[in-house]
Ligand binder design. Structure first.
Ligand code: ZN
Length: 255
């Protein structure tokens, strides 16, 4: 089987300024994730960042991407709308999307969810427990029933998202809050996973359990349907119907 073509997109702003984030991620958050992914033969990694032409998300790159990971925080508004349109189109046609941490406020996440993506938060280096609530899900394979992070930013409910198709993780924080921290959705042919851990001032993306979850998510999010599906037309409206109308789509998710 050919390797999964993974593109890791990072706004790459915090890490360029001298300070704590740069000390933790001297080559950027994307390189921390990429160095883990490169240890696995079934993943072929590309990097894209905000300051590249078209934010590194040209048609050529997206056409050569099975799964896109997205980390953004301080520069969501700098992402050009026509690039968001393009990424959305590729997701609806089967590209997987993994949105990390503060990416809940990214243009692409809000576009795909259709909601505000808002939540409550508190930046105070609190202990977090990530509880697996769906141990039979592909994203939970090889993952402990609970992962303890000594320091993480608190994200709490209410998280303004559509009801997830699958909920894989719920996080508890030292202040008593809980949060739906690992959520799956389907949009068209594409699969989307949101995963909460990953505040930039803590070394979250060096945690082997967190990395394992990301790897599982990459493998899960790759489109596994056939290429030969017919696209149907609705005769009365002229609309083109895609895989949304195909009842077999969900079965293939588990292949
Ligand atoms: Zn954060």
């Amino acid at each position: 089987m050919s390797a999964i073509k993974l593109t890791i997109w990072n706004e790459y702003v915090h890490e360029k300024k001298p300070g704590l984030v740069q000390l933790i991620y001297p080559d950027g958050i994307h390189e921390a994730i990429a160095s883990y992914m490169r240890k696995h033969d079934d993943v072929d990694v590309k990097i894209a960042t905000l300051d590249m032409p078209e934010h590194g998300l040209t048609t050529d790159i997206l056409a050569d991407t099975d799964v896109l990971i997205w980390w953004g925080h301080t520069a969501h508004d700098a992402v050009q709308d026509h690039v968001v349109d393009r990424v959305q189109e590729y997701i609806l046609n089967g590209m997987g999307l993994i949105v990390l941490h503060s990416g809940h406020f990214s243009k692409i996440f809000k576009r795909m969810m259709g909601t505000s993506g808002s939540l409550t938060w508190r930046e105070r280096a609190e202990k977090s427990h990530i509880w697996c609530v769906n141990p039979y899900h592909p994203i939970a394979q090889g993952v402990d029933e609970v992962i303890e992070l000594p320091h993480e930013e608190m994200y709490g409910e209410f998280f303004d998202i559509p009801e997830p198709d699958s909920l894989v993780f719920i996080s508890w924080f030292e202040g008593g809050e809980v949060f739906r921290s690992g959520c799956c959705w389907h949009r068209g042919k594409g699969k989307i996973f949101y995963f909460q851990p990953g505040h930039e001032t803590f070394p979250i993306y060096y945690n082997p359990q967190i990395c394992r979850i990301l790897l599982n998510a990459v493998r899960w999010a790759k489109f596994k349907g056939g290429e030969s599906r017919k696209i149907g037309n609705c005769p009365s409206s002229g609309f083109t119907l895609n895989e949304l109308s195909n009842p077999n789509t969900r079965e293939e998710d588990w292949m």
